[in-house]
Design a protein around this ligand. Sequence first.
Ligand SMILES: [Zn+2]
Ligand SMILES: [Zn+2]
Length: 850
Amino acid sequence: MSSDRYPFTEIEAKWQREWEATRQFRVSEDPGRPKFYCLEMFPYPSGRIHMGHVRVYAIGDLLARYKWMRGFNVLHPMGWDAFGLPAENAAIEHGVHPAIWTSENIDNMRAQLRKMGISYDWDREVSTCDPAYYKWEQLIFIKMLERGLAYRKRSTVNWCPSCQTVLANEQVEAGRCWRCDSEVTKRDIEGWFFKITDYAEELLAWCDRLPGWPERVMTMQRNWIGKSEGAEFDLPAAGRPELRLRVFTTRPDTAFGMTYAVLAPEHPLVDTLVTDAEERAAVERFRAEVARQSEVERTAEDRPKRGLRLKAHVVNPFNGVAIPLFIADYVLMTYGTGAIMAVPGEDQRDWDFATQHGLPIIETVKRPEGWTGGAYTGDGVKINSGFLDGLTTPEAKRKAIDWLVQRGLGTAKINYRLRDWGISRQRYWGAPIPVVYCPTCGMVPEKEEHLPVVLPEDVQLSGKGGSPLAEVASFVNTTCPRCGGPARRETDTMDTFVESSWYFLRYCSPHYDSGMVERGAADYWMPVDQYIGGIEHAVLHLLYARFYTKVLRDLGLVKVDEPFQALLSQGMVIKDGAKMSKSKGNVVDPDDLIRTFGADTARLFSLFAAPPEKDLDWNDHGVEGASRFLNRVWRFVIAHAEELEMAPRAKSELEERAVAPARPGGAVGGVASPPPTSQEGKAFRRIIHQTIARVTEDIERDFHFNTAISAIMELVNALYAFEGVARDTMPAGEQAALLREAVETVLLLLGPFSPHVTEELWQRLGHGESLFKQRWPTADPAALTRQEVTVVLQVDGKVRGRLTLEIDATEDRVQGLALADDKVRPWLQGRTVERVVVVPNRLVNVVTRS
Ligand SMILES: [Zn+2]
Ligand SMILES: [Zn+2]
C-alpha cells in the first residue's frame, strides 16, 4: 500500500457529514426552476450492496450532480423494494422474522450507500413493506376492482415448485422461474389478475414515442405485446355445418392454400367433434402426452410437431373444399382462437407438420427466382388463389377480409400476445389483497377507511402447503364490510412487482397521508427524466410500471402518460468472463474497495472502465489507475494551493460578453481568467476549453462517461506540462492565472465523477461554497477559435507547398517565411524574385523571372 495516497478516508467522511448537515441535496418543488428527476431502480434489500449497485448508483449520481451544476432542481431519491421471497426463505432457514431480516438489511445497505457519498434526498426514503406505503396500493386495487381492471378467475397458470407460488408470464424465461431458475409447471388455480391487456394498444403505441429509451428495450416490449393483424372466420364441419371452427390468421390471403386445419388439444370443440369411444380414447391419450410439455417446448421451432388426425373434416369457405382436421401440440388454446387454418406453402410450422404427416402443400405466392426452401413467408404475387390471383400479398389480404365481411363469414381482427398480469402470490411476505369472502355477499372489497389491511407478524413459515396467511386465524377471520357477518380474508398477497410499479410516484410526496401521491408534487416532478436500471427488467418492471401509471392517470391521480422519459440500461459487472456471483467466487466487495481506495476511486473506475450500456469487465489494474489519477490531481492542487489561491482572477472574455444565468445559491466561484497573450498561453487555454466542450457533450448527449474521463485526464497531463513551461516566455501572472483556470476546470468537470476529493480541493483553493453549487463551466468560443491558418505556397502560380502559421500574420512575416521555405527554395534557384503576392490567410505567390 503506497503511503503517498491522499487521505480519502477522512475526506470522504467529512464531506458525507457536511452534505448531510447542510441538507444540500434535500429538495422541494420550485416552479421557478426547471426540474430534473434522476432515478436508479431501487434495490431489493438483500443485505449487501455489490459492484452492480456501485455501477448503477455512480451513473445516477454523476447525472444528478451534473444537473445540479446545470441549474436544475434535482430530485434524486432512494428506497427499498422490500417485499419478496428471499426474506421469507431466510426466515424459514434461519428462523428470523422477514420484517426483522429486511429491516436489518436495509440498515446495512443504507450505511454502505452513505459511504459512497451519493446525493440522495434521504428524507424521501421509502420502504415498500411499510403499511403506510402499501395502504395506497390496496386502495388502488379496490378502485381497479370497481373498474374491472382487477379480477379473479380460475385458470391454468405458471407455478414455480421451488418458490411455491404462481408466476406471471413475464416472470417465466425459457420455461424457468425468473428468480430461482427452477423449471416452471402448470397449475389450475384461482387467482387475481390485472387487466394489462386493456392497455395493450396504448402500451404499444407509446413504444414509438419514447426516443429516450434504448431501441433494444422497446423492441422487446413490442414483441412481448405481440400485436398481429389479420382475420377471424369460421370453418364449418363437413356434414355438420352447425359446428363451426373459428380460426385466426394473419395471412387471410393464403386461404386457398389451406390443406388441413388444426385445433389445440384442449379446444372444447374437440369433444363435440369426436365420433366414437375409440377416437375419444385416442384423444385422451394425446392430451395426456401434450400436458406433460411446457408451452415453450410445444412452440419450439426446431422440434417435431405431434398431431392426431380426427375423423371429422372441415370446409374451407373460400373454395368449398373439405380438408382434414387435426389436434396438434403446436397450437395453443391461449393464443388467438385456439384453432388455425394450416397453409404449409407459406407457414414454416405448417410446412414442417405437413411434411411429417404427408399432407399436400399448395403454393399461393409466386416464389422468387431460384427459391428452394420450405415455406415462403415473403410477399409476392398471388397464384393458385381464385379471385385473389395476380394481386400482391397486401392487396390480397385486404380483398380476402372484404370478401369474408361481405358474406358475413368473418371479420378483420387484431390479436395480442400479451396476457393479463397474474398478481396473486401464495406467499407471506407481500402486500395483502384487500378483499374478503362472505358466505352471504360473496367477494367484497375492504372498506377504504379500514385500510391498510396490515400483514400480521405472528405467522408460521414453512415454505410448504399454500398461503401462510391462511393459517393465521386472527387475520383470516374478519367481518364482512357489507353485511357485518363473519367472513374470511383473501390470503394471497400481491406480486412485489405491484409495489415497484409506483414507488417513483411516492418519492414525489413520500410523507403525504391523504393519498398515494400529492397531485401538485406529482405534476411538478413527473415524469422521471432519466431512469437507470438493468435490461433484465425490459418486459417485467418496465412494462408493469408503464401500465400502472396509465391506470393511475385514468383514475385521475397523475397527468403523465408515461413514467419514464428516458432510460439508460447499464450492462453487467463481470469478472474472469462471468457475472460476479458468490457461487462463482468472483465477487469484489465494494466495502473492501472503498476501504482500500476510497469511494471516489470506486466510482471513477466503474464509470471509466466501460461505456454504461456495455458489460464492465473488472480488472484490478483499472482500479489502481483510477486511484493514481486522483492522487495526481490531489498532489498538483495541494502543491500549488497557495499560489493558485493568490492567482489573479479577471473576468473571462465569455463572462464579459454574456450575463451568465444566476448560479444556484448565488455562488461566486467558477472559472475566470484574463485572456492570455502568449502563444503557449493561448494553446493551453484552448485545451482547457476543448476539454469543457468534450466532457459536456460526452455526458449530455451519449453517456460516454469513459471518454469524458479520458478528456479530463488529458487536461491534467497538459496541466503538468504547462507548469513546466518557462515563466519568462509569458507576461507576468499569465501562467498562474491559467493554472488556476485549468485546476478549477478540472475540479468542476471531475466533481460529478469523484465528488469528495474534488469538493475538498475546491475548498482548499479558498472557496467558501460547495463545488456542487457552482455552475458547470461553459466552453469559451473565443478560446476555441482556431489560432492558426494554412497558407498555400505558389511559385509562378504553381502550388509548391503549404505553410502553417498564426492567423493574421503580417505581410512581411508571411513573405519571409515563404521565401525561406524548403519546398519553395529549389524553385527559386537561378531566378530572380520579381514580386511576392500575399492574399492574407490564404495564399502566397512568388513571381520570378530568369
Ligand atoms: Zn422459483
Ligand atoms: Zn356479507
